[in-house]
Write a protein that binds this ligand. Structure first.
Ligand SMILES: Cc1cc2nc3c(=O)[nH]c(=O)nc-3n(C[C@H](O)[C@H](O)[C@H](O)COP(=O)(O)OP(=O)(O)OC[C@H]3O[C@@H](n4cnc5c(N)ncnc54)[C@H](O)[C@@H]3O)c2cc1C
Length: 459
């Protein structure tokens, strides 16, 4: 019965959408339906009634109008990389932006315009051809849309700010299917909200970024035995306090391909490589690593360094928090937890923050969490054949025991599904003050909450 109703709904919607639609309407049963509804996190298995693969702004406007008029649940897929799975919905309309991935680089002006469905792979390839880059996600398959709208952490953030700090303007289709520009001079309130407020305000069809000269970096990682993780992590923590902005690092507890647990310190120095060698010397000389894979490499190679560890389709459950610091107790806590990790593909990461991203005035953007020195992220990942319960329980327990060290907030882009995290966690991602400001903006641009498949600011 429900199936009949859904089929009927799909047919009505498909007819309404198809007239003048330049992209492709994909319905259940279509050959590409399953591949298109799938997102990066294998735990997400939702079935939209219809998928609108848009190729232009007019397609997006038509799809938004159709969802509004039929009272449909609407989701927006950028790169489909969000662990929460908000890009796809059950029974509603999914707007697929993956075909809107054109990039236009203005070499002289050092800017780039990118379609809202571009990935960082698309973006980095286009800008690297000119020796230019902006802060972007560290896994190329991630969408620029979701990542930038939530903030955007990356290897260049301590030198050049977050992805959203490099956003110059955005084109957006709002709930009334209006096509608007948001920039410092046009609708500055909306522009403020788009830099940290997630996908709450509409479908962003184009993003324009500031670029920086970045051709080569001194990047890679040093890998240490797990038995030395405590002393290395303590050294790394102290080392980061005097690191220059050019250097961004991350400490990751992981299981190496040979089955041995290890600690990797992943680095990216985006300035003069000789100076980088000098800066990194103490980190490389501290204790004898199992491997030192730090070398000068093209920036795009650094961007692809960790991708093999994050294949699509695995079960993923993440839990995260910004940290007020990294005490010896906190280090001991994570090491004890990692000793018990149930899956060889799970990891615990500490991201070094600070630098340029922390010097942007906190009122300038909706992104709230500028002053924590580290972010803590439990990346729980396992094969679909393994039981999920043990992996989820391990992650939750670890997150719970790390709460005393939390700075109180969480990165909105690392949140799990809203029903798992709950309203308070979502609020803590935006911060209490900014949540109220975002709420006012939501009432202005999306009063009926058409865009609610996200870390929702509920009007
Ligand atoms: C393996 C992995 C690595 C990651 N690495 C990083 C990292 O280095 N730095 C970092 O900051 N984050 C990182 N993230 C988190 C990432 O920022 C989020 O998952 C982000 O949501 C991904 O963007 P997407 O476009 O792929 O998301 P999707 O899953 O497509 O969408 C996620 C949300 O964003 C909204 N959205 C996406 N595009 C648009 C658009 N054009 N207009 C309006 N709304 C849109 C969607 O509606 C949805 O609510 C990583 C995630 C994963 C899984």
């Amino acid at each position: 019965m429900a199936g009949d109703k859904e089929t009927g709904l799909s047919a009505v919607m498909a007819r309404r959408l198809e007239s003048g639609f330049k992209g492709r309407i994909i319905a259940p049963g279509d050959l590409v339906y399953d591949a298109t509804r799938r997102v990066w996190n294998g735990m997400v298995d939702k079935h939209p009634a219809l998928i609108a693969r848009c190729v232009c702004v007019e397609d997006v406007m038509r799809a938004v109008g159709c969802a509004r008029e039929h009272g449909l649940l609407l989701s927006v897929r950028g790169g489909g990389h969000n662990v929460a799975g908000n890009a796809v919905c059950d029974g509603g309309l999914m707007i697929d932006l993956s075909a809107m991935n054109g990039i236009e680089v203005n070499v002289d002006g050092r800017t780039a315009r990118a379609g809202g469905g571009s990935t960082w792979r698309d973006f980095d390839a286009a800008t690297a051809a000119h020796g230019l880059a902006t802060t972007g996600g560290i896994i190329p398959a991630t969408g620029i849309g979701g990542l930038t709208l939530g903030g955007g952490l990356g290897w260049l953030m301590r030198k050049h700010g977050l992805s959203c700090d490099n956003l110059l303007s955005a084109e957006i289709v709002t709930a009334d299917d209006a096509r608007l520009t948001a920039s410092p001079t046009e609708r500055p309130d909306l522009f403020w909200g788009l830099r940290g407020g997630g996908g709450n305000f509409g479908v962003v069809t184009q993003l324009r970024y500031r670029l920086h000269p970045v051709r080569y970096v001194l990047g890679g990682m040093v890998i240490h035995p797990f038995a030395e993780a405590s002393s290395i992590l303590r050294f790394w923590r102290d080392f980061t306090t005097s690191a220059p902005d050019e250097l961004t690092t991350m400490a990751v507890l992981l299981t190496a391909p040979d089955g041995q647990k290890a600690l990797a310190i992943v680095v990216c120095y985006c300035g003069d490589s000789r100076e980088g060698e000098r800066v990194l010397a103490p980190l490389r000389a501290f204790s004898t690593p199992l491997a030192d894979q730090i070398s000068v490499m093209p920036y795009v190679e650094q961007q692809g360094l960790l991708e093999a560890g994050f294949p699509p389709g695995r079960m993923n459950y993440w839990k995260s928090n910004f940290l007020a610091g990294l005490s010896d107790d906190a280090i001991a806590t994570v090491i004890a937890s990692f000793a018990e990790v149930p899956s060889a593909t799970s990891a615990i990461a500490f991201e070094q923050l600070g630098g340029a991203m922390s010097r942007v005035d906190v009122d300038d953007t909706a992104f709230a969490q500028r002053h924590a020195p580290f972010n803590f992220l439990a990346v729980s990942s396992w094969d679909g054949k393994e039981p999920s319960e043990a992996n989820i329980a391990w992650t939750r327990t670890l997150w719970q025991v790390m709460q005393p060290y939390s700075a109180g907030g969480v990165y909105v882009n690392y949140l799990n599904a809203p029903e798992d995290e709950g309203a308070e966690r979502i609020r803590s991602a935006y911060g209490a003050v900014k949540y109220e400001q975002l709420l006012a903006l939501k009432r202005k641009y999306d009063p009926t909450n058409l865009f609610r498949m996200n870390q929702n600011i509920r009007p």
